[in-house]
Ligand binder design. Structure first.
Ligand code: APR
Length: 318
């Protein structure tokens, strides 16, 4: 029997993710969205590509959760983008409300699933979904680091004119601005990046990676990146479904590792059939530890805003 993957949110990131997973052929896919007929229309279109792409996997769309029952993996991309006049906290609380209600339904119909939140602000949403689900931490982890490293690897490969496959990179911390690249662990075919590139150049590529999301938004004018994000999600889903034991960066709930307790932060983990099977802890230099701490502090601030709103029962504007 094929595995079952649900993707909540049939927008740019969700639909592209559903398409990629469906095309791999080893999981049936269900797409859910609040917009009537949208997931149904997109999934039917994808299903009709199956004879050409050579996949027998099923893909369906729904506005409810009954069809998602018994999913092995659920990806949450549901949310809204920041609108004019909306503060950062308004966005945080609106997406918190959305991901909380989605999680409630997901857990009801797929109590044994693994959840991969993708909605931004990523680290805070992972914390929210983790808490709302009541799942053990190995079954909730977010996508950000795989995307950040993919961007960094792309820029390094382009600069050195080498295969992207031979570039390995390592990032810690939050998504985007808060990313902590560990360049001493970044290598090309095993050769440390510092042997191949001037420090100044490395710093420039790190800066471009940090602003990678913004660079795409500026070009697209409307909406944000989705091809690379959906590829990153697909790699994580694949690691779980095929029990690959891949070592990838993911946003996970830390219980003291890297000196951080009770917060969801991006760190290298082992992903397999059990979900987040192990946090791969490494010894950091004092500078790296400080950068990670500051990244974790940003997550903490957002979590505090969410906790305050939850305590006050404050409705978020949607
Ligand atoms: N349940 C299900 N779907 C929802 C809900 C909900 N409660 N609320 C909103 N949605 C859907 C929207 O209808 C829309 O189709 O989520 C989808 C979001 O899609 P887009 O607006 O195209 O956003 P996208 O680019 O896909 O990004 C989704 O991923 O990378 C992050 O920052 C990004 O938080 C954003 C998320």
């Amino acid at each position: 029997m094929r595995s079952k993957v649900t993707v909540v949110g049939a927008g740019n990131v969700g639909a592209t993710t559903a398409q990629r997973i469906h095309q791999l052929g080893y999981a049936d896919v269900v797409m859910v969205d609040v917009v009537e007929d949208l997931p149904q229309g997109k999934s039917l279109d994808m299903l009709e590509s199956a004879p050409i792409m050579g996949t027998d996997a099923k893909i369906t769309g729904s506005n409810g959760y009954e069809e998602t029952a018994g999913s092995d993996v659920v990806v949450i991309t549901a949310g809204i983008a920041r609108r004019p006049g909306m503060s950062r906290d308004d966005l945080l609380l609106t997406n918190m409300r959305i991901t909380s209600s989605v999680t409630e339904q997901v857990v009801k119909f797929s109590p044994d699933c693994i959840i991969i939140p993708v909605t931004n602000p990523l680290d805070a949403m992972v914390q929210n979904v983790f808490e709302a689900s009541g799942f053990p931490r190995n079954r909730v982890f977010g996508m950000a680091g795989v995307l950040d490293t993919a961007r960094f690897r792309t820029f390094i490969a382009e600069e050195l004119n080498v295969s992207v496959e031979d570039v390995q990179a390592f990032v810690l911390g939050g998504h985007g601005d808060d990313m902590v690249p560990l360049t001493r662990f970044t290598n090309v075919g095993g050769i440390p990046i510092s042997e191949l590139m001037a420090e100044e150049k490395i710093d420039q590529l790190v800066r471009r990676t940090r602003q990678g999301g913004g660079e795409i938004v500026e070009l697209l004018k409307e909406g944000s990146a989705y091809y690379a994000p959906s590829a990153a999600i697909t790699q994580m889903v694949e690691a779980v479904l095929l029990d690959k034991k891949r070592i990838l960066p993911a946003c996970t709930y830390l219980e003291g590792e890297f000196g951080i307790k009770g917060l969801c932060v991006g760190v290298p983990v082992k992903l397999g059939a059990g979900g987040m099977e192990k946090v791969m802890e490494v010894k950091l230099t004092p500078e790296e530890q400080a950068a990670l701490r500051s990244s974790a502090d940003t997550v903490k601030e957002l979590v505090e805003v969410m906790n305050k709103a939850k305590a006050e029962g404050k409705p978020a504007q949607g």
